[in-house]
Design a protein around this ligand. Structure first.
Ligand code: ZN
Length: 113
């Protein structure tokens, strides 16, 4: 998937490939809007989102791994149902959460000069 950025100044949409570069050696001058030449800096994902993904991975992956051998063996139907519900609910909550966070999130911020 190609990430599209939107310039906050002139609303031009551009990709990494189309971005305007003034000087690739300088972090603040190598990623700009091709329309109005405003320079941007790429941002990392919000910290809360990273935490949520970590918690999600542990909540889903660790029970699946620990129960893995049981599933092949003689685990009860209840365990399987509970595990399934846990995976489904975690996935649903995480999907909703990412949607909420990422819809408000802009991957670039304007470089103040
Ligand atoms: Zn622009």
């Amino acid at each position: 998937m190609v990430t599209k950025y939107k310039c906050s100044e002139c609303h031009t949409e551009f990709t990494d490939h189309e971005a305007y570069c003034e000087n690739w050696r300088e972090p603040d001058k190598k990623f700009g809007c091709p329309g109005c030449k405003t320079m941007f800096r790429k941002k990392d994902f919000p910290l809360s989102y990273k935490w949520a993904s970590t918690i999600y991975l542990f909540g889903v992956v660790s029970p699946s791994v620990s129960l893995g051998p049981d599933i092949a063996g003689e685990s009860s139907l209840t365990t399987l149902v509970l595990l399934g519900m846990q995976i489904l609910s975690s996935t649903a909550i995480f999907a909703l959460y990412s949607k909420a966070v990422l819809s408000k999130y802009s991957p670039i911020e304007r470089v103040s000069s």
